[in-house]
Design a protein around this ligand. Structure first.
Ligand SMILES: [Zn+2]
Length: 111
């Protein structure tokens, strides 16, 4: 596990042997970075792939919503319209559920 350094100005997390000369996000100098302890670093590493998966699911849910809108515009028959409406509503729930979960990760430093 590499060392992680967190910018105390903006929260950007740097991976490496030492903090960067300047924060890539806000431009703060290296002195504004603090090295994360092992527990905090472990949280970030353990959640890294999970966060990526959840963001991809959010993106897919947005795609489902867009496809449903296209299907509703076509409006082929009542069965299709019903299925597209339900899928659109379900995709919203999926998207919002994972957004809320990602927010809890951020609040717990798992980012
Ligand atoms: Zn920063």
């Amino acid at each position: 596990m590499k060392a992680l350094f967190k910018c105390q100005v903006c929260g950007y997390v740097h991976e490496g042997e030492a903090p960067p000369a300047f924060c890539p996000k806000c431009g703060a100098p290296a002195e504004k970075f603090t090295r994360l302890n092992d527990e905090s670093a472990q949280k970030i590493y353990a959640s890294d792939r999970t966060n990526d998966i959840e963001m991809e699911i959010i993106s897919l849910a947005s795609r489902i919503s867009a496809l449903c809108a296209e299907g509703l515009d076509i409006g082929l028959d009542p069965g299709c319209i019903d299925a597209f409406r339900k899928a659109r509503d379900e995709s919203w729930v999926i998207k919002q559920r994972f957004k809320a979960e990602l927010a809890t990760h951020m609040n717990k430093g798992k980012w």
